[in-house]
Design a protein around this ligand. Sequence first.
Ligand SMILES: O=C(O)c1ccccc1N[C@@H]1O[C@H](COP(=O)(O)O)[C@@H](O)[C@H]1O
Length: 219
Amino acid sequence: MPLLVKICGLSTRETLQTALDAGADMVGFVFFPPSPRHLSLELGRDLGRQVKQRALKVALTVDADDATLDNIMDALAPDIFQLHGKESVARLRDIKQRFGRPVMKAVPVETAVDLAALPGYAAVADRILFDARAPKDATRPGGLGAPFDWHLLENLKLALPYMVSGGLHAQNVADALRITRAGGVDVSSGVESAPGVKDPELIEAFIRAARTTQELSVR
Ligand SMILES: O=C(O)c1ccccc1N[C@@H]1O[C@H](COP(=O)(O)O)[C@@H](O)[C@H]1O
């Protein structure tokens, strides 16, 4: 299976174009007001049009209600929802039924105990995204540039595609992939010069590093 590379938190036409031209498989748009990457619906609509099916459009939400998801559907027409809050298995099922889109459930990881939630989610989600558990006083549950202990996933057996995120950047993505054997990687802070400010060169370097790892592991 080819490696999936997702660049998340894009908020300008220029950096979205960089991600598309560099070959991102998924481009993520954040709809969560406390985030420095939060998009208005109008900007989401504009950026969504620019994608032109060159990558999958991912709508990142955190415990969003139906009205919010309705608005995002109308503006962005996402290919997949990334649910990054405390959404229950039942809520995942509701969202899939109501919106007819696949869902990627973010699972926060700090210790092995956090993996106990997996069987429930795996029965409904289309994909799992492992991210570092945010500190209790954090203003958001992700996008903090912090990694988790990738060795926790070393012996994972999951009959579902999964991606890894949290504190990734061009210099550590190879190690993350080697240890976790994930089918995809997702980055936000590691391709920014400041919170919410994407850096074109860092985006290109990240995608290049991830693809190089992929080529080496195929040989
Ligand atoms: O990017 C955000 O601001 C964000 C807000 C709320 C939930 C998740 C968020 N981002 C996601 O977090 C992970 C890790 O990001 P980072 O590379 O460590 O900055 C990634 O999946 C982002 O999509």
